[in-house]
Design a protein around this ligand. Structure first.
Ligand code: C2E
Ligand code: CA
Ligand code: CA
Length: 351
């Protein structure tokens, strides 16, 4: 392999180091190894006395990297001091965190919380949003904002997302069987990541989960962010159309944050726009009404409903109602609740 070919080759180097931590060094050493290969090429072509400044530089990098390799060899024998010179404590902790995350699903460390969504027209719960939690064995409960992006990069979101769907569907089905008078018409909303939406089999997988769990398609909502739609331009429309034709409702999540064009939204099969909590917070500022008013009017003109997210105060509720937004979700009504707290909440009186 020539040095040019080597430059384009992704070298999958990995080494087992102390505490069973599996250190992926492909990024750290891909360039170093390239430099070593290039230096060897230079040595073998017999031009040693005539090296350019740049070629000298490559040989220097190669020598430094050979030193790193030697330190790494010692580190692999478990010498803690040496481990620290190869990788910082912070990097090590991050690697450990990512490894724990990979094992979390098989160790049953994920659970779902459910946050109620309220209709202001009749003061009734219309459904819940399922929100994932990770119970880390030593770090405690971890917010999805911390780990979902990592699972999207690693691809683990595909399996985790499937688990969330199964869990949420079978849980609502259980509540519907146990408390039919309270839960029959309620929906569960599941967040769908961009990676899941990119999968051409996603619609079929969702339908299979409904079949397996026994939940009616009308009881399931999928929340898709604007960004996920932008990321999956063509696939998104096809998949969402299949899902909606099967009776599943589609909410567009975090609306207003993804800069999607309104004309694009118009083409998509959507049922509800969820207004991001950023705009709800702005209701407390002078002229803070305008954006929500514009989104609400636009949604209604498109035949869509609107849910305001992150509603925390009674003042916000009153303003939202006056602006024509009659469905809300947020701490004012309830924080996300663990599953055991949902039936008492729904079956009890809501003030
Ligand atoms: P999101 O879909 O926008 O979910 C709403 C987030 O706002 C939740 O945070 C919820 O706890 C929080 N929230 C609700 N009401 C209020 C309020 O009144 N005030 C404030 N300050 N916050 C409020 P959480 O549970 O930490 O979830 C964060 C994000 O993680 C979610 O944002 C969603 O994007 C993602 N996520 C959660 N579960 C899943 C999942 O199962 N799959 C995927 N792909 N993403 C998920
Ligand atoms: Ca959501
Ligand atoms: Ca949201």
């Amino acid at each position: 392999m020539t040095s040019t070919q080597f430059l384009n080759f992704h070298y999958p180097v990995s080494t087992e180091i102390k505490d069973g931590i599996f250190l992926d060094i492909s990024n750290n050493l891909r360039n170093p190894l390239t430099a070593i290969q290039m230096a060897l090429d230079l040595l073998s072509c017999g031009q040693l006395g005539t090296l350019s400044k740049q070629q000298h530089h490559i040989v220097e990098i190669a020598a430094n990297n050979a030193q790193r390799l030697i330190r790494l060899t010692s580190a692999s024998k478990g010498d803690r001091e040496v481990v620290n010179t190869v990788i910082s404590e912070k990097e090590l902790a991050q690697i450990k965190f990512e490894q724990d995350l990979e094992k979390a699903l098989s160790r049953n460390e994920f659970s779902l919380c459910y946050q109620p969504i309220l209709s202001l027209k009749n003061n009734k719960i219309i459904g819940f949003e399922a929100l994932i939690r990770w119970q880390h064995p030593t770090l405690g409960t971890i917010s999805p904002d911390t780990f979902i992006p990592l699972t999207e990069t690693s691809g683990a979101i595909i399996k985790i997302g499937k688990w969330v769907l199964k869990e949420a569907c079978s849980q609502l089905c259980k509540w519907q069987q146990e408390f039919p008078e309270h839960f029959a018409s309620l929906t569960v909303s599941v967040n769908v990541s961009s990676k899941q939406l990119a999968n051409p089999d996603f619609a079929a997988e969702v339908q299979q989960i409904l079949q397996e769990t026994g939940l009616k398609s009308q009881s399931l909502v999928l929340e898709i962010t604007e960004t996920a739609i932008i990321d999956n331009d063509i696939q998104a429309k096809e998949t969402l159309t299949k899902l909606q034709n099967a009776g599943i409702r589609i909410y567009i999540d975090d609306f207003g944050m993804g800069y999607s064009s309104l004309s694009r939204l118009y083409e998509l099969p959507l049922n509800v726009i969820k207004i991001d909590r950023y705009f709800v917070e702005k209701l407390d500022c002078p002229n803070g009404n305008h954006i929500i008013e514009a989104i609400t009017n636009m949604a209604h003109n498109l035949g869509l409903e609107v849910i305001a997210e992150g509603v925390e105060t009674s003042e916000q509720i009153l303003k939202l109602q006056s602006l024509g937004c009659h469905q809300v979700q947020g701490y004012f009504l309830s924080k996300p609740l663990e599953k055991y707290a949902i039936a008492p909440f729904v079956c009890g009186e809501i003030q």
